[in-house]
Design a binder for this molecule. Structure first.
Ligand SMILES: O=C(O)CCC(=O)C(=O)O
Ligand SMILES: [Fe+2]
Length: 288
């Protein structure tokens, strides 16, 4: 394990909450996935939000390429015994004036509920997502936005944020405990994202037992022990204890991180922000 790079990743996720990983995948690899995924999504083009799940990604041979050697190194550096929580590609509708998720309040700004209670500002980030844009995301095309301030401070108008923009293949890692949202996709193109979330094996994980992951586990190449581990093979099983496979090349560093510089500010109404603070107190959430 390259401890310097791991410490750098974690420090970035604790402070700014986000960093990018330049050139994680060759453009031709991303283009090939998209050709395959175009067929998967063709029949779902009328759905406001459409998914291709972990099981399909394994069956289509995409998962094997997604979990490339550099990505495996990055995951091990972030959370050594990581298990997946999300592993899918999703598309969100074009020509929208609102965020595709949690749009009703705070303009879509939220923290992922399951991450809130265990959030500790000084600890290593426990809930992490890795996004790879599979469509080009420019200004107005529904980019992911994250407030670059730790969440112990309640969200307020004028806080700095980053809206991630970039071509298909743009990869970034973010702390799910931070405030974030999807900006409205005003553009005429559906936004396509590969979404992976990871967390330590010991944490509650209601999603890894879903049929999507159960099917992925039966389809994964049994010789690929680390991918099996990520997909939860052996979890809770009575047979062989779940062993974390050793990396073949522990001394090789994971890919370097790069800054994502704040390029926007949070826009929320005063009444919304006040309502949010009050409900945080009511539910004893560590906010405000
Ligand atoms: O689709 C997005 O940009 C944000 C989705 C989101 O809120 C999440 O992944 O937790
Ligand atoms: Fe979220």
């Amino acid at each position: 394990m390259n401890t310097g790079q791991a410490a750098d990743y974690r420090a970035r996720l604790r402070t700014a909450g986000i960093f990018s990983v330049p050139d994680l995948y060759p453009p031709q690899t991303v283009a090939r996935w998209n050709e395959i995924l175009d067929r998967e999504f063709a029949e779902k083009a009328d759905q406001a939000r459409a998914y291709v799940g972990a099981d399909r990604l394994v069956a289509l041979g995409i998962a094997e390429e997604v979990f490339s050697t550099p990505l495996r190194r990055a995951i091990r550096a972030l959370i050594p015994d990581a298990v997946l929580y999300h592993c899918h590609v999703y598309e969100t509708a074009a020509n929208q004036e609102r965020s595709h998720i949690h749009a009703g309040r705070l303009g879509g700004w939220h923290r992922d509920t399951e991450t809130i209670r265990l959030y500790e500002p000084a600890a290593a980030p426990q809930y992490i997502s890795i996004f790879v844009y599979l469509s080009d995301v420019a200004s107005g095309s529904g980019g992911f936005e994250l407030r670059t301030l730790p969440p112990a401070q309640a969200i307020a108008a004028g806080n700095r944020s980053v809206v991630v923009q970039g071509q298909a293949g743009t990869a970034f890692v973010w702390n799910r405990s931070f405030y974030h949202r999807a900006t409205p996709n005003l553009s005429p193109v559906r936004r396509r994202v590969l979404k992976l979330s990871i967390q330590a094996t010991s944490l509650p994980n209601d999603r890894i037992e879903l049929p999507e992951f159960a099917r992925a586990r039966t389809a994964v190449n049994p010789a690929d022990e680390y991918l099996g581990f990520l997909l939860g093979v052996g979890r809770g099983g009575p047979a062989a204890p779940r062993q974390l496979p050793q990396p073949a090349d522990p001394a090789t560093p994971p890919p370097p991180a790069a800054d994502l510089v704040p390029n926007s500010v949070v826009e929320v109404g005063r009444a919304d922000a006040l309502w949010h603070r009050v409900s945080a107190v009511k539910y004893r959430l560590p906010v405000g």
